[in-house]
Design a protein around this ligand. Structure first.
Ligand code: FAD
Length: 563
């Protein structure tokens, strides 16, 4: 093995391995070492958490890294995220309000067995000539961008050293560079999780013999979704794995569910009995088939740095991690790796990348911070069916309309686009951040008006034409100019969606007119009726767009549990 590289990647998990693949595929002559502590092949089923991918991360794996054929053949397709609300009827899955696709989605996503996947990525890298060194425990990094960085590590009890031009820290939660250089940044969002894998397939479709419910979608499709059982302060996941096993997780806010009540397998089963009794009953059959059990307290963390002008950076969980509710871990890896590899490759080809490093770092930090309100203090809404259903549809709309569209059009590494969308005071990024922050606050205020026991209904976002269009538009490949225009157009759609939600809820709870004009950036449920009427006559208030208002009719639940 050589000891001089263009790039040293510290840690060979999902972020490190995919970064190496991205670099090597784009520039076959680049010399890369990936230093990974794990000594042997990763095990099936019970390796790492993070099995469900969504559109942005999937695009990265399939289209940027060219792994589409592999994923189709060796991992599972995913039928979106699937939610079961109505905590009032937890014993009967067919009575719960269900949100999820009724058929196969045109824009793909996957359920990924992380052990099998990391082994495949390692094999591909070795075939491409990347030095993936297993059993390499990194001791230290001496950063010197002028003479070359030095990375020292132990392998087989011996100390070894390599030098490189670039260092990318992908050591996950170990956060080697973050700790060494002291740029840890705590996050107020505080949620705990446990997860375990059981041998065997679990299909929630078998949990009811109500034929109408069972046949609502073709056999086998419910199992392929990422199942979320929702209740106040928590969600529980079921994820199928290609090995035929199932991943189970409990994710809960300590303000409502003390971690000590579910941080051991026995306690987790008792917790499920109390909070998700049907799920607990079904899991009982797998009690002797539990493969592993992992815990993680306060999993969210931020990072003070992402990409340095001195030729280093952090990717994946070695940087920041927010929340797994919508499975965005791979999305952040995709975006971070795309920025990191762009800097490395431009530098490799002789370009000065200092100003790009500064811009990417700023946009990354702003982007991450603008996502925090989506999760922070929102777990309290998870037991409120109408509110959380609306919130999920809103969050999806935002996710497809701008961040994912930008990624599928390679917009994150185009400075013209970043400038146009994120740098001015009144830029789209700032407006979207404001609008989203306003909505997230509104959901909390709305939940205070009560929690009605809605039951039975089902909704597929494809039933809502404008949301379906945002999703399908992810297949568009646009010029820079058209992409900027499309983002602006999509923000307009989101403003209308926000205004329509506000309008409907204000009419319900404040007695304002159904057709009142609304300023989506200013609306607050805490305002009086008079103040809302006054706002309706001021600049910035918008009229109802009849198509959006008609499309959203479906989301207003009607059927209630008879008490
Ligand atoms: C509860 C929970 C659920 C999640 N669910 C999802 C999901 O459904 N979908 C999704 O996309 N994401 C999900 N995530 C996020 C996902 O787990 C992470 O985004 C992903 O695993 C991060 O990958 P990584 O490569 O950054 O870190 P890791 O996979 O942890 O890789 C880091 C690697 O560095 C190595 N390493 C560490 N220290 C050293 C050292 N000193 N020397 C050498 N090697 C070292 C480790 O051995 C490891 O292999 C979830 C996260 C949590 C907490």
């Amino acid at each position: 093995m050589n000891n001089q590289y263009d790039v040293a990647i510290l840690g060979g998990g999902l972020a490190g391995l995919t970064l190496a693949l991205q670099l090597k595929q784009e520039e076959p002559t680049i010399r890369i070492a990936v230093l990974e502590m794990r000594k042997n092949e990763a095990p099936d089923s019970a390796h790492k958490v993070g099995e469900s991918t969504v559109e942005l991360g999937t695009y990265y794996l399939r289209e940027v890294l060219g792994l589409g054929d592999y994923l189709d053949e060796y991992q599972l397709p995913k039928i979106g995220l699937r939610f079961y609300f109505s905590p009032q009827v937890k014993e009967q899955i067919d009575q719960r309000v269900e949100l999820g696709a009724k058929g196969i989605l045109p824009v793909p996503s996957h359920q990924i067995d992380r052990g099998i996947f990391e082994n495949e990525l390692t094999k591909r890298l070795l075939d491409l000539g990347v030095d993936v060194v297993l059993g390499a425990r990194i001791k230290d990094v001496n950063l010197d961008h002028k003479k070359g960085h030095t990375v020292s590590y132990f392998k087989n009890g011996e100390s070894q050293e390599i030098t490189c031009n670039w260092v990318s820290d992908a050591t996950g939660r170990v956060g080697l560079l973050k700790r060494k250089l002291g740029f840890e940044k705590p996050l107020e969002h505080n949620i705990n999780a446990v997860w375990f894998r059981v041998k065997g397939e679990i299909d929630v479709n078998d949990w009811s013999d109500n034929e109408a419910w069972v046949n609502r979608l073709p056999s086998g499709l419910r199992r392929l979704g990422t199942i979320h059982f929702m209740g106040k302060g928590y969600w529980v996941w079921l994820i199928p794995l290609v090995s035929g096993n199932t991943s189970v997780g409990i994710v809960a806010d300590p303000r409502f569910h003390d971690f000590a009540t579910f941080n051991k397998l026995d306690k987790a089963m008792d917790w499920l009995k109390e909070n998700e009794p049907l799920c607990a009953e079904k899991l009982e059959a797998y009690r002797e088939e539990v493969i592993d059990f992992r815990v993680l307290k306060h999993y969210s963390h931020n990072s003070g740095r992402f990409y340095s002008t001195e030729k280093w950076g952090v990717v994946g969980e070695a940087g920041a991690f927010l929340d797994p509710f919508y499975s965005p871990g791979t999305d952040f890896i995709a975006i971070g790796n795309t920025w990191m590899s762009d800097l490395i490759l431009r530098d490799f080809r002789g370009e000065d990348v200092a100003s790009r490093a500064i811009i990417y770092e700023r946009v990354h930090a702003a982007f991450f911070n603008s996502w925090v309100p989506i999760y922070n203090q929102q777990y309290e809404l998870f037991g409120n069916t109408q509110v959380v259903l609306t919130k999920i549809l809103w969050d999806w709309g935002v996710y497809w309309a701008i961040p994912t569209l930008l990624f599928t059009n390679r917009g994150y590494i185009k400075l013209e686009i970043l400038r146009a969308l994120f740098t001015t005071r009144d830029s789209l990024g700032i407006r979207l951040g404001k609008l989203n922050g306003q909505l997230q606050q509104f959901f909390r205020a709305w939940a205070k008006y009560g929690n009605e026991p809605f039951v039975k209904e089902s909704l597929d976002f494809f039933d809502i034409p404008f949301l379906k269009k945002l999703h399908l538009d992810l297949e568009l490949q646009l010029s820079e100019e058209d992409l900027i225009a499309k983002c602006e157009e999509n923000l307009g759609v989101l403003e209308q969606m926000a205004a329509e939600i506000y309008r409907k809820v204000a009419a319900m709870h404040k007695g304002t007119p159904e057709n009142m004009k609304i300023n989506p950036y200013k609306f607050s449920l805490e305002s009086t009726k008079e103040a809302l009427l006054e706002q309706a006559s001021q600049k910035g208030a918008i009229d109802t767009a009849s198509n959006i208002s008609n499309d959203l009719e479906l989301i207003w639940l009607k059927e209630k549990l008879a008490i």
